[in-house]
Every structure is written in structure tokens, then in C-alpha cells.
Write a protein that binds this ligand. Structure first.
Ligand code: ADP
Ligand code: MG
Length: 367
């Protein structure tokens, strides 16, 4: 990143515009991004809107329709770990831009989102990217999407302090309606893949889990340990034979998930291109996350079991795991909702939320 230069507020400081960025669902390729592997996510039809208003000072005021607390901060006071609460996300973007050499004016930032927060549909990247896209255009920075991906990733990993990979940031900037995005996390190259598959339904299990509570970091550390044991820079470069021959116990299971998941992603992209069915790959991904990576939970397993019994053309947990959402392909939302709600009630679990979605476009300006 080398943006450089000062940015002054436009003449007659006032409304600069509103930027909209979707959440995302990962069709396949879970816990592969930080192993430099492959994933195939798509953007959903729920989004964060951020209205950006330039200020003539270096003060930032943040509001969110989903939060009661307005946050006021001075750009000169921003430090990683120095902000608590939701405003870490928008303020982190401004910090990352300034750290990369851009001198910003102040802002009023108004946030509103239809992405459920903390459900694994990446409300965080939607918020970060909407701020980044808005500030970039409002200030005439023209940094380009790849630089904005890095800005958002720096904001989330360094300023907010959550050790996420780049999947969310890449897809919310690059997504195209009706397509999945095949991402190679070694080169960060992307390829649009037409999603000619039946209805896409999201089941939010209502089980909540936060990326910063340790389990995610432990999985990352285990993957690094497995790569080190195999003498490769990342598990991207591990072969199935080496994993099976030279690892055992937990590291064998973690590495086996990553290597087989990478193969499933590439096979999914190939089959989608050829108009072939991908159901077995989605179910295999779920089993691998459940048994080898051990990041599923009873509610996610129940959704996949119910979907399979109803004849879904694939179902799997999506996101980091331990709760959040599952994706079901090829069933209508109403039929699935009735069956999943019954199954959850039988266990006395909180009721799930079930909604149809479709592959949507990435970041854009809407006003
Ligand atoms: P996910 O990205 O799966 O929704 P994360 O834990 O990564 O879950 O990010 C959720 C966090 O992002 C929230 O706790 C909040 O700090 C911030 N956030 C996301 N959307 C909003 C919003 N509309 N208003 C305020 N904060 C938000
Ligand atoms: Mg997130």
C-alpha cells in the first residue's frame, strides 16, 4: 500500500454519499484462507450502508442503527487496541489508511445494516468495506479494490485485533451478481464462477460465537504447527500423502481438512463450470469440518441432517464455526424452515432464522 498524500475536505463540507457492501456466504472452502488455499464464496442480498459526511476537522463521529452509543474520536488518538466496542471497525479503517500514509479529514459516519451481526455472514467486513469504499471515493483517493482489501484486513486484524484471513474482504469487494468468486489466497487472484444452482437458503442457528474468543486462533496455530512439521510454508503446499504419512492425532485431522477442502473447492468450481451437481462436495465439506477440524456444533449438524433428509442438493456449516449459519442448496425456504424449526424445538434449542438469499454484487455507491 502506498497511497500517500494529504486529503482535504471538499469545498463546502457536507454529505459525501452512501456506500453499500453486502455480507457473504461461503459456498465452500472453510478455514482455507489463512492457509493460503482456495475458497468459493458469494455475496448475499443483505448489506451494510454507510453514509459518509466529510468534516473540516480531524474528528470522527460514528452512529449505528444497530447500536445505541454514538462514538466520538480524534484521528490523532487512534491506536490499535485503544478503542473498545463496535466503533473499532470504522475507526480501524481510518487508522489503516493513515498508517498507509493518507492524511484524512474528519468524518461523520452513519451505519445501518441488514446483515445479522455476529451470525457468521460477515457483518464486520460489510461495515469495514463500506467505510473504506466511502472514504476512498469521498476523498478522491482512488486506491483500487485490492488496496482497499488490504486496508480492511489491516483494520480487522491489527486495529480490532481479530486474526481473520482475507476471504471476507476479498469477496465483498469483488463479488458479481449471480456468481461465486473463486479465490486463490496465495496469489489473491480471483475468478468469477457462474452459480447455476437451485435456491440458496441460509439457516441462522442463533448460536453465537466470536472470532476473538480463542478457538479460531488455536485452529490457526494448529495449522501452522502442521505445516512446520511437514516442512512447508503453509498447508497449501502439503500433499495428501505427506499429511497421512507424516502427521498423526490433532495435527493430522486439521491438515487433512485443509488439504481435502482445497481439493473440494477446485472440484466445485470445475463442476459448476460444467453444469454438474456439487451436493456430495458440500456434504463432504461439512463432515470434514465436523470430524477433522472440529468446529461444528449440534445445531449446525442438525440443520445439515434435516436438509439432507429433505433431499437438499448440498448443505454445510459456513463461516468460522461453533454456531452461526448453515447454507442449504436446492430446497425452498418455507419447507426447510418448518422442518428445521421442528427439529430445534424437539431439542429445546432457540428457534433458528431461515431465509432465502441469492448471489449479489459487491461494494457500490447507492447515493
Ligand atoms: P460477523 O462478521 O460474522 O457478523 P464479527 O464478530 O466478525 O461477526 O463482527 C461483528 C461485529 O462487527 C459486531 O460485534 C460489531 O462490533 C461490528 N458490526 C457489524 N455490523 C455492525 C453494525 N451495523 N453496527 C455496529 N457494529 C457493527
Ligand atoms: Mg466477521
Amino acid at each position: 500500500m502506498n497511497p500517500g498524500g494529504d486529503v482535504g475536505p471538499s469545498a463546502g463540507t457536507g454529505l459525501a454519499g452512501t456506500w453499500r457492501v453486502p455480507g457473504r456466504v461461503n459456498l465452500i472452502g472453510e478455514h482455507t484462507d489463512y492457509n493460503n488455499g482456495f475458497a468459493l464464496p458469494f455475496a448475499i442480498d443483505r448489506h451494510s450502508d454507510v453514509r459518509v459526511v466529510l468534516r473540516s476537522d480531524r474528528q470522527v463521529r460514528c452512529w449505528s442503527a444497530q447500536e445505541s452509543r454514538q462514538v466520538v474520536a480524534a484521528l490523532d488518538d487512534l491506536r490499535p487496541g485503544g478503542v473498545v466496542g463496535w466503533a473499532r471497525y470504522p475507526l480501524g479503517v481510518l487508522w489503516a489508511l493513515e498508517t498507509a500514509g493518507v492524511r484524512l479529514p474528519g468524518f461523520d459516519l452513519w451505519v445501518d445494516s441488514t446483515v445479522p451481526v455476529g451470525a457468521g455472514l460477515s457483518s464486520s467486513a460489510a461495515l469495514l468495506a463500506a467505510v473504506a469504499a466511502g472514504v476512498d471515493e469521498a476523498c478522491g483517493l482512488a486506491l483500487g479494490r485490492d488496496t482497499l482489501v488490504e486496508v480492511c484486513h489491516q483494520a480487522e486484524t491489527v486495529f480490532v485485533g481479530v486474526p481473520v484471513g482475507r476471504l471476507d474482504q476479498v469477496v465483498v469487494f469483488h463479488a458479481r451478481a449471480g456468481h461465486g468468486l473463486l479465490i486463490d489466497f496465495e496469489s489473491l487472484s480471483t475468478e468469477q464462477v457462474p452459480l447455476g444452482i437451485g435456491p440458496l437458503v441460509v439457516v441462522d442457528t442463533a448460536v453465537r460465537h466470536h472470532n476473538d474468543d480463542g478457538a479460531y486462533a488455536i485452529r490457526r496455530a494448529e495449522c501452522e504447527a502442521a505445516a512446520a512439521a511437514l516442512g512447508v510454508p503453509t498447508l497449501r503446499h502439503a500433499t495428501a500423502v505427506a499429511v497421512n504419512d507424516r502427521l498423526d492425532g490433532v495435527l493430522l485431522r486439521r491438515a487433512r481438512h485443509v488439504t481435502t477442502e482445497n481439493q473440494r473447492v477446485l472440484e466445485t468450481a470445475r463442476r459448476l463450470g460444467a453444469g454438474e451437481d456439487i451436493a456430495d462436495l458440500l456434504y463432504a465439506s461439512h463432515r470434514s469440518l465436523r470430524d477433522d477440524f472440529e468446529v461444528s456444533c449440534p445445531q449446525l449438524d442438525a440443520v445439515v441432517g434435516v436438509a439432507c433428509a429433505l433431499g437438499a442438493r448440498g448443505a454445510r456449516m459456513v463461516g468460522g464455526g461453533f454456531g452461526g449459519c448453515a447454507l442449504v442448496v436446492g430446497l425452498e425456504a418455507d419447507a426447510l424452515r418448518a422442518a428445521v424449526t421442528r427439529a430445534f424445538a424437539a431439542h429445546d434449542w432457540s428457534p433458528p432464522t431461515v431465509f432465502a438469499t441469492r448471489a449479489s454484487a459487491g461494494a457500490s455507491r447507492v447515493a
